[in-house]
Write a protein of this length. Structure first.
Lengths: 448, 380
């Protein structure tokens, strides 16, 4: 049994360099890292010192606001360095990895036979908890709360996104165990959405299955929630990435924290785009190394719309299952604003002829293609946000920090990633994701 | 191209922080970014961006204006000289009369824009590229240049910068210039003598169709002439054919709102049709066929290029329908019923500019209510 969700609005951006369906084992990095800034809103408190030895699953730091939320080591080894930035903010904790991992044994359990609090405890203790994020606010879920429902979107429509058909291959049992565990955390339902393709996901038990179709952002869990079970003021909905569901399942089946995942290495600057089996916190260089085309590239942990720019020496983000490598666009273009010229660029508007070739894959770089301006054009943002929200009005309310207006206009229903396409299409180059992120942080502070 | 780039790079350090002309950086960047789309890369948010920017949008609108502009210049000559001359005779005559107006409009307007940018330390916005061309296109050809300059100053300073510049203005700046001119210099903006160049000296009748109708006379202009634009009027407004070409470009590129265009057309047609039904023995305008109402005066030009201004118009999709429809209704209402103004498009658009935020407010309020209702349902 499944219901169909169709989205009419949106924009699919086709980029060159999609990953081939081939999985290789990435070289094991000598150094792994956990980067606390990846966990938005978390103030890290260290559990270890430089020189300490850790096993996979040993806590490295915990959240200052809630010491139950632990962040654990993805590899066994020795703490090499705690990298700090301005105001001694912890940016990264680097671990020198052993050649062979040793694991903390949390004990194998059958999630179906556990009660909610026991599941919660296992997740918190093992470091799996940060995999669960909440709406509103798009931050790590608060373990003392109970969500009205849990959403898992196993359908990714973002450009260069990893295909779940590849990344979840062979993890059916783990995934089912993960669902069994998560379903203990809510009184409500666990919603799982998939694309149209056949996979084991259609046979998963204990979920409400949704078949999603449409252009990006149809695969965003936020727009699916808005359609199925919208977030009201005071509500909590939890969301988990599909590979993390399998990792949670793996914890219960084996008793070990499982930090392995499959990531797509994609983008027009990649020589042979394909999938790699990696461990969380792998150094980008160890995945990308030797597989780049010449020219200045930008490495992005995540997809080109929502990912984080990292250097070759940066590390794979906790929530990311793709690495995108795009050409840097720091070049001038003479009279580059001339309408109907420059058709190697992609545009939602028809001031380029790119709309005549809807199936063409584009090689887009990181040029802003203009400068930031005041809001002028209207109606364009609405085309790419399939929610019952007025995006421009919400952005303006957020910019002037009018909390009541933000609430009224639906700030609780949105996450920055839902505004990624607005970043992309905006004629005035409005930084919508950033504005929404700052707005959500304001709401956390003022409303909680 | 490389040469220009080199020269720009050479002088650039003077405008950077700590440079000699640091204060004038906005002016430098205004020129540099006009020549080259800058090398700025994404710093926050999405790493890739759509190819569109405000310059491209504004230039597309300028291109959409060109057919009406070129025809308008030709028509200046044609109206003055009558039949029997070659294309270039008309065109050159028109250009000599019209280009000074464009130069004054751009010169004064962009001068103020640059001055404000330097004064306030922000980038030069592109909005005036369109406004600066629209203003001379909606003025009578004999309008004195100094009056034009004063109108431009008023439009840019009071109509736009006072509200915070591009994107913040409530009224369409080009129409502010025209309204200012109409109320300040009425004799130069209305009547039978201003719409054709040198009509008094050359003894050519400069009466517009609407002017004649308001006076109770049927000018007997053929529908073909009205559609093609072989009639007296402001430079840009006469040729419905040329305006339609611009409209097609704006709609095809998705820059102007089809909702506003369509609803304005429907509103105007309905209102004129209603007046046809009512009829009148004293007011010829009531009897003027409803579809011909759409061909004359500034209706078509206002519909395509003025009502669709995204900044001063309604911003929600539903709001656009209401906004456009009411513009159409009021334009014809003012045109037919108001005895002092033979044309109502400008007033209708300015009026609806004022009400656009109110319309949007109620549309958005509907969304807010829906959300609150949903919350109540859950709490019950």
């Amino acid at each position: 049994m499944s219901t169909d969700i169709k989205f009419r609005k949106g924009l699919t951006i086709k980029l060159k360099g999609g990953a081939n369906h081939q999985i290789s084992q990435a070289n094991r990095s000598k150094i792994f890292a956990i980067n606390p800034p990846v966990f938005h809103g978390i103030k890290p408190k260290m559990s270890v010192k430089v020189g300490d030895r850790v096993k996979v699953g040993d806590a490295v730091f915990y959240a200052k606001q809630n010491d139950q939320i632990k962040f654990t080591a993805p590899v066994s080894g020795e703490i090499k360095e705690i990298v700090r930035g301005a105001k001694r903010k912890i940016l990264s904790i680097e671990i020198i990895a052993d050649t062979e991992d040793t694991f903390v044994d949390f004990g194998a359990k059958t999630p179906g036979k556990l009660a909610g609090p026991q599941v919660k405890e296992s997740l918190l203790e093992s470091g799996c908890w940060p995999m669960i994020k909440q709406r509103p606010y798009d931050v790590i879920a608060n373990p003392s709360e109970s969500p009205k429902s849990i959403f898992i979107s196993a359908y990714d429509t973002a450009p260069l996104a990893a295909s779940y058909a590849v990344t979840l291959e062979g993890r059916e049992q783990e995934f089912q165990a993960g669902i069994d565990a998560l379903s203990k955390l809510t009184e409500g339902k666990v919603h799982l959405s998939t694309g149209s393709s056949a996979s084991f996901l259609n046979e998963i038990k204990g979920v409400v299955l949704h078949k999603v179709s449409g252009k990006h952002p149809a695969g965003n869990v936020g727009v699916q929630i808005a359609k199925v079970d919208p977030v009201n003021s005071g509500d909590r909905v939890w969301v988990v990435n599909p590979q993390d569901v399998a990792s949670i399942g793996s914890l219960f089946l084996t008793g070990k924290y499982n930090p392995t995942k499959i990531v797509a290495l994609a983008g027009s600057q990649v020589d042979k785009p394909q999938y790699y089996k990696v461990i969380q916190g792998t150094r980008i260089k160890d995945i990308v190394g030797g597989n780049l085309k010449s020219g200045k590239s930008r490495m992005i942990s995540g997809n080109p719309l929502t990912g984080t720019a990292v250097g070759l020496n940066g590390f794979l983000g906790f929530y990311h299952d793709s690495i995108s490598v795009l050409p840097e666009g720091d070049h001038y273009s003479f009279f580059g604003w001339m309408p109907f010229i420059g058709n190697h660029k992609f545009s939602m508007s028809r001031t380029f002829f790119s709309w005549l070739t809807p199936n063409k894959e584009y090689d887009l770089d990181t040029n802003l293609n203009g400068e930031e301006r005041a809001f002028v054009m209207t109606g364009e943002m609405e085309k790419v946000l399939p929610m019952d929200v007025y995006p421009m009005q919400l952005l303006k309310a957020t910019m002037i920090q009018d909390i009541e207006k933000m609430e009224n206009l639906g700030i609780y229903e949105v996450a920055p990633e839902d505004f990624a396409l607005i970043d992309f299409i905006s004629t005035s180059k409005i930084e919508a994701q950033q504005i929404i992120r700052e707005g959500l942080d304001l709401m956390i502070k003022e409303v909680g | 191209m490389k040469f220009i780039r080199k020269q720009l790079d050479k002088v650039k350090p003077h405008f950077d922080e700590g440079g000699k002309f640091e204060k004038y950086a906005p002016a430098y960047y205004g020129i540099e970014t006009f020549l080259f789309v800058p090398n700025h890369t994404t710093k926050h948010g999405a790493h890739i961006r759509d190819g569109i920017d405000l310059k491209r949008v504004m230039i597309t609108v300028v291109i959409a204006l060109l057919p009406a502009l070129i025809f308008g210049i030709w028509n200046i000559g044609y109206q003055n000289m009558g039949d029997g001359q070659g294309f270039w005779d008309y065109f050159i005559f028109g250009a000599i009369r019209f280009l000074p107006m464009v130069i004054v409009s751009y010169g004064v307007g962009l001068g103020i824009e640059f001055a404000y940018a330097i004064f306030r330390g922000h980038d030069v916005n592109e909005g005036y590229l369109v406004t600066g061309l629209l203003i001379p296109m909606i003025m009578p050809i004999d309008f004195p240049l100094w009056m034009l300059a004063v109108s431009v100053v008023f439009a840019v300073v009071i109509g736009k910068e006072a509200f915070g510049g591009t994107g913040m203005n409530i009224l369409n700046p080009a129409l502010v210039a025209r309204a200012f001119a109409l109320f300040s210099y009425a004799p130069y903006m209305s009547g039978n003598t201003v719409w054709v160049a040198d009509s008094v000296a050359d003894g050519v009748s400069g009466e517009t169709i609407l002017g004649a109708l308001a006076g109770g006379v049927d000018p007997g202009t053929s529908v073909f002439d009205m559609f093609m634009g072989y009639i007296p009027g402001s430079v840009g407004e006469t040729s419905v054919l040329m305006i339609s070409i611009g409209a097609v470009l704006l709609l095809a590129t998705g820059i102007a709102s089809w909702r506003i265009m369509l609803s304005t057309l429907i509103g105007g047609a309905l209102m004129a049709f209603l007046f046809n039904i009512i009829g009148s023995s004293t007011n010829e305008l009531l009897n003027f066929p409803w579809w011909q109402h759409l061909l004359v005066g500034g209706f078509a030009f206002g519909l395509v290029f003025m009502a669709t201004d995204p900044v001063s118009g309604a911003q929600t999709n539903t709001g656009k329908w209401i906004y456009g429809f009411l513009i159409g209704v009021f334009a014809i209402l003012i045109r037919v019923v108001n005895p002092t103004l033979p044309e109502g498009m400008m007033m209708a658009i300015l009026l609806m500019n004022v009400f656009a935020p109110t319309i949007d407010h109620y549309i958005v309020e509907g969304n807010v209510k829906r959300r609150k209702k949903r919350l109540q349902k859950v709490n019950v």
